[in-house]
Design a protein around this ligand. Structure first.
Ligand code: PDD
Length: 288
């Protein structure tokens, strides 16, 4: 974690950054967040993250948040003040701290805005070389997973179940046996017929920004992509599998529930998509 955080208009040393215990984010998980990657000191695909943030705020009716350009400026300032060349920016907006704990929206309470930056090796990540192992778990979340809320308890439990099983990520599964998404990532498979499959956007999943960019890059490469649901059984039989997220870009999946995927090593198409994503992230204008 880097040293300078942002809290409601002030840049402070992390140890001095504080919010009230009456903050509705703390009491009710009444807030939204975004995570964007930083590569070569620049935020990656941030317009996409900020437009999803606007959508999350609108869906939860959190009013009076700063303008999106102001939020972008705060993030850029944090990257600079913390001298982050490679890593992540986390930004959270809650409905604020009213003087009590009432469920209904408070009147005239300003939202709380908190952000920090974190250094992390995301390009030379060991997991990109080795691939990750997945554990499937039931999806215990609420019905509006398209909103990026800070209510992440089901994902926390899913991730810990995966870690306890010696895996690195959990894929959550709906009551029909269909994969929704990862605890903090989007799930993809490549079928034996070389079709990339990922679940269509709907209230069942978060519309991943990395997912969207990867779809565009794959289409440009003339790879076939199908947006449809896939089952855990179909995933076991896949030629390749991978996940996408701002914090991990594109990561190969080499095992699901103890079953090797394909050869059990990162797949060629997955490697290609990671390379294409990195090229685009480092030079978005050159590749369109
Ligand atoms: N999580 N699905 C879920 C449930 C997620 O939490 C995330 C991202 C994604 C991928 O979205 P994107 O490509 O826009 O990062 C999909 C972030 C990284 C996190 O909570 O840390």
């Amino acid at each position: 974690m880097s040293d300078i955080a942002y809290v409601n208009g002030a840049y402070l040393p992390l140890a001095e950054a504080r919010v009230s215990i009456l903050d509705r984010g703390f009491l009710f998980a009444d807030g939204v967040y975004e995570v964007a990657a930083i590569i070569e000191g620049r935020l990656v695909d941030n317009d996409s993250h900020l437009s999803r943030l606007e959508n999350s705020l609108r869906e939860l009716r959190i009013a009076n948040a700063p303008a999106i350009q102001t939020i972008a400026d705060i993030e850029t300032e944090l990257v600079a003040r913390n001298e982050v060349n490679e890593g992540l920016v986390y930004l959270q907006i809650t409905r604020g701290a009213a003087g009590d704990r009432d469920f209904g929206f408070p009147r005239g309470t300003a939202p709380t805005i908190v952000a920090f930056a974190q250094k992390k090796n995301i390009i030379a990540s060991p997991a990109a070389q080795t691939g990750v192992k997945i554990l499937t778990v039931p999806d215990l979340r609420w019905a509006r997973r398209d909103i990026k809320t800070i209510a992440l308890l089901a994902q926390v439990l899913a991730k810990q179940a995966a870690l306890d099983a010696g895996c690195q990520e959990a894929w959550m599964v709906d009551r029909h046996g269909l994969v929704t998404e990862g605890s903090s990532s989007t799930a993809f498979i490549l079928t034996k017929a070389d079709v990339i499959v990922t679940r269509p956007n709907s209230p069942a999943i978060l519309p991943g920004c990395t997912r969207k960019a990867v779809q565009t890059l794959a289409a440009r490469e003339k790879l076939t992509i199908e947006e449809r649901c896939f089952s855990v059984t179909e995933a076991y039989e896949a030629k390749e599998a991978f996940l996408t997220s701002a914090s991990n870009l594109v990561l190969p999946v080499v095992e699901i529930d103890g079953r090797p995927i394909g050869s059990g090593a990162p797949g060629d198409k997955t490697r290609l998509l990671r390379t294409l994503y990195l090229e685009w992230a480092m030079n978005p204008d050159a590749t369109g």
